[in-house]
Write a protein that binds this ligand. Structure first.
Ligand code: HEM
Ligand SMILES: [Ca+2]
Ligand SMILES: [Ca+2]
Length: 302
């Protein structure tokens, strides 16, 4: 792949300590940053590869695209970068800082740890439309979700596993309002929502709300990295339509069953597979060697 664990062991031996302490200190005052950093790494990797393109600010950049407006945690990356430029100037890429921070965020939320291969270099291209074209959306069919993952050499298992990241964090009503009152023009709700869960969702997101309120994607466990998200989608308690669909299609549903240890299928351990899948996602489209640059400031190209 070109990335490897310990890429900075001689050039910046304290890199992991510095990133971890930046994530930890923000997490102490705001635990929602864990979900934010995990999502940000995903949004980076799916657009121009894991190259820090999502971090660049300015008119028309990825950051201005609707799905990225709710990203949370940019200033953690900036803080880590400032400290790293003091410790080892010009050495550590912003793309690597983000990959390390996403891992540290999962650990802080009681999730697994894994070794993060590093050596990514930063890209110089960041275009809003590319984020819109490449990021999966909350109404995507299973076919479309699978396509967006396999286009990046990520498997159906990786799709289910990584989307299990929705064990953390929240979604705005705007991303699932269409399911609650007039689903696909039926005049009623999305029938895949459990009857007992519908009033809960409707109370968070009443008819004609402005879309801004935020709702836990893993009801009852939004700050804890666990398999509760899979139990919820099994029970018709998925918040995003894209998540609920993973349960009802056997290609993806069988992986959900395996994470839940259900019926006849070989069990899979979510924590173990999540780390492996994050390493695979973290290698999508990476620039290494002399390709790309080491940004001085993560929000701007050199
Ligand atoms: C088919 C794939 C996916 C779709 C359609 C999707 C869609 C979404 C949507 C619509 C939101 C709510 C955004 C908002 O309202 O602000 C969200 C949040 C989130 N997503 Fe995904 N996502 C997908 C895959 C992933 C993956 C692969 C990860 C990480 C490995 C991830 C991590 C997160 C996290 C942690 C949040 C919560 C963010 C926060 O609370 O700040 N998602 N996702
Ligand atoms: Ca990128
Ligand atoms: Ca959870």
């Amino acid at each position: 792949q070109g990335t490897r664990v310990g890429f900075y062991s001689t050039t910046c031996p304290r890199v992991e300590t510095i990133v971890r302490s930046a994530v930890q200190s923000r997490f102490n005052s705001d635990s929602t940053v864990a979900a934010g950093l995990l999502r940000m790494h995903f949004h980076d990797c799916f657009v121009q590869g894991c190259d820090g393109s999502v971090l660049i600010s300015g008119a028309g950049t990825e950051r201005t695209a609707i799905p990225n407006l709710s990203l949370n945690g940019f200033t953690v990356i900036d803080d880590a970068k400032t400290q790293l430029e003091a410790a080892c100037p010009g050495v550590v890429s912003c793309a690597d800082i983000l990959a390390l921070a996403a891992r540290d965020a999962v650990v802080l939320a009681n999730g697994p740890t894994w070794a993060v291969p590093t050596g990514r270099r930063d890209g110089r291209i960041s275009v809003a439309q590319e984020a819109l074209d490449n990021l999966p959306g909350p109404s995507d069919s299973v076919d479309s979700q699978i396509q967006k993952f396999t286009d990046r050499n990520l498997s159906v298992q990786d799709l289910v596993t990584l989307t299990g990241g929705h064990t953390l964090g929240t979604a705005s009503c705007a991303t699932f309002n269409d399911r609650l009152f007039n689903y696909q023009g039926t005049g009623g709700p999305d029938p895949s929502i459990a009857a007992a869960f519908l009033p809960t969702l409707r109370s968070f997101c009443p008819q004609n709300n402005n879309g801004a309120a935020r709702v836990a994607m893993d009801t009852g466990s939004q700050n804890r990295f666990d398999t509760s998200y899979f139990t919820n989608i099994r029970n018709g308690r998925g918040v995003l339509e894209s998540d609920q669909r993973l349960w009802s299609d056997n290609r993806t549903g069988n992986f959900v069953r395996r994470y839940l240890g259900l019926s006849g299928l070989l069990g899979l351990t979510f924590n173990v597979e999540f780390g492996r899948a994050m390493v695979r996602m973290g290698n999508v489209g990476v620039r290494t060697g002399t390709n790309g640059e080491i940004r001085r400031v993560c929000s701007a190209v050199n």
